[in-house]
Design a protein around this ligand. Structure first.
Ligand SMILES: CC(C)(COP(=O)([O-])OP(=O)([O-])OC[C@H]1O[C@@H](n2cnc3c(N)ncnc32)[C@H](O)[C@@H]1OP(=O)([O-])[O-])[C@@H](O)C(=O)NCCC(=O)NCCSC(=O)C[C@@](C)(O)CC(=O)[O-]
Ligand SMILES: NC(=O)C1=CN([C@@H]2O[C@H](COP(=O)(O)OP(=O)(O)OC[C@H]3O[C@@H](n4cnc5c(N)ncnc54)[C@H](OP(=O)(O)O)[C@@H]3O)[C@@H](O)[C@H]2O)C=CC1
Length: 424
């Protein structure tokens, strides 16, 4: 059977049947997915080695988004999230994207930047040029910190210098641009920044203070685009209304924040599932959402093409790795990466961006048509019924009543549950 991520009825399978389908599609050993069981996943002993003062672990559901095609490759995508309807929505949009071949992605070289702040410089303009005159020396000094990175084809690519006026004076800020290959890169570039700091301060004639990467990783961008078929979306009016919804998000920061939250529903879920740093990616995304004139705006764009279909695009910083951090140490992250079958951090970054675009389209389509509550609340109803105390056997009946009564609330679930039990 050819590999496909199109698995109608995936939702109706049992958890073990789903795992078997995932292993078959991803062409991996089904046993490797046993770590998705809490008792086989991240144990307290290993957790105790990952962070400090450990007392336990937090379970977050991992779901599989179906239907993804990225650059012609059929993909099942692991997503870690506590929020109902996120995985369903991503799968829904990926299904629509398939009509015109799925998602097409690209990315820049994985360049991270570290900043070295120099304070107390009498002649900032002169210091900038002196630092640039010593560019090769400073690059060599930084590169000597990580010979392995060089062997892997990475390393320092450039040194730039910015002058940053502030309320406490003008700072000279040197940026090291480092190709970090398959790492997220924070530790590598921080080590380099600390190594060049003294010499940079000497050259600039000031005192070095901060030496740290910037999460505004605007030289490490990932991009995704897709054509969403007008008929599959629900017709030409839906296309026009999604364009209106996207235009509001571009123009209005109040709407942009929510629109971007929808994108991050998808992005953070894959970042978390693969053991990457959600805060780093979120910081990068929101910094990128600020336009050159200083307005907070939407990260994605939607427009109508010549055939009347909807074109969605998304471009943002995506600092994720396949090595380092928890990616290799966390058993569930390792399993998630094996499901994706990615061979580089850049490929992972591109897939994550495609999921962000899918997630955004699903939410905006729901908002521009029937509203978010029907789809979202019908899936959230299981959570509400469980909170009200429904057992797995009672769940289907309680959920059906909450949806039929259009009252997905815990107090109503408690009433329905009491009724059911009284009539049992
Ligand atoms: C919820 C749906 C998908 C229902 O959509 P639907 O059309 O009622 O569902 P359907 O039963 O016809 O199924 C369509 C496809 O959706 C998927 N699907 C559908 N249901 C399931 C399920 N139970 N389990 C797994 N997959 C499901 C599945 O892929 C399925 O196709 P298949 O592959 O099966 O042939 C739709 O209404 C939707 O996409 N809604 C958007 C929901 C959403 O965005 N949720 C995020 C939380 S809200 C939020 O935080 C962000 C927001 C909204 O504020 C952002 C913003 O404002 O921009
Ligand atoms: N502001 C932020 O975002 C900050 C984030 N962090 C944290 O930093 C962590 C990520 O840092 P990161 O530097 O990626 O992780 P690590 O330092 O753990 O791993 C990266 C190192 O792995 C080695 N390596 C092995 N194979 C490869 C390869 N194919 N490509 C690249 N490097 C390879 C290299 O080091 P070597 O040559 O030494 O073997 C590289 O420096 C995350 O946990 C994040 O939370 C930390 C500080 C700040």
């Amino acid at each position: 059977m050819p590999r496909t991520s199109r698995i109608p009825g995936f939702r109706d399978l049992s958890v073990s049947e789903r795992r078997a389908r995932v292993a078959e599609t991803a062409e991996i050993d089904p046993q490797s997915l046993a770590v998705f069981d809490p008792e086989r996943g991240l144990g307290v002993d290993l957790a105790d080695r990952l962070i400090e003062n450990v007392v336990g672990v937090l379970g977050v559901p991992v779901g599989i988004a179906t239907n993804f095609v990225v650059n012609g490759r059929e993909l099942l995508v692991p997503m870690a999230t506590e929020e109902a309807s996120v995985v369903a929505a991503a799968s829904n949009a990926a299904r629509i994207a398939r009509v015109h071949g799925g998602f097409t992605t690209s990315a820049t070289t994985p360049i991270m930047q570290a900043q070295v702040q120099i304070v107390g410089v009498a002649d900032p303009e002169g210091a900038r040029l002196r630092l640039l005159e010593h560019r090769d020396e400073l690059i060599a000094l930084a590169d000597s910190q990580d010979p392995l990175l060089g062997k892997l084809g990475g390393g320092v690519r450039d040194l730039t210098v910015r002058l940053v006026p502030s309320r406490a004076g003008t700072y000279v800020v040197a940026h090291l641009h480092v190709d970090v290959r398959d790492a997220m890169g924070a530790n590598a570039v921080n080590t380099m920044a600390e190594a060049v700091a003294d010499r940079a301060g000497e050259i600039a004639g000031g005192r070095t203070l901060l030496r740290i990467l910037t999460n505004k990783a605007d030289l490490r961008l990932a991009r995704a685009r897709a054509v969403f078929d007008a008929d599959a979306l629900g017709g030409g009016t839906v296309v026009d209304d999604i364009v209106h919804a996207a235009a509001l998000a571009e123009a209005d920061p109040y709407r942009a924040a929510t629109h971007n939250k929808g994108i991050m529903n998808g992005i953070s879920a894959v970042v978390l599932a693969t053991g990457n740093d959600t805060r780093a990616v979120e910081a990068g995304a929101h910094s990128h959402a600020v336009s050159p004139d200083g307005r907070y705006t939407s990260l994605s764009r939607f427009e109508k093409d010549a055939d009347g279909n909807l074109v969605g695009t998304l471009e943002l910083p995506m600092a994720v790795g396949l090595v380092g951090g928890a990616t290799k140490a966390h058993p569930v992250a390792k399993a998630a990466l094996s499901v994706l079958g990615v061979s580089s951090a850049t490929e992972l970054a591109e897939i994550i961006t495609a999921v962000g675009l899918a997630q955004n389209l699903a939410a905006v389509r729901a908002l521009a048509t029937e509203g978010i509550q029907r789809g979202h609340m019908s899936l959230h109803a299981r959570n509400v019924a469980t909170t009200a105390g429904a057992t797995p056997e009672e769940l289907p009946a309680v959920v059906a009543r909450l949806i039929a009564d259009k009252a997905v609330r815990v107090d109503h679930a408690e009433r329905v549950l009491a009724e059911l039990r009284a009539n049992a």
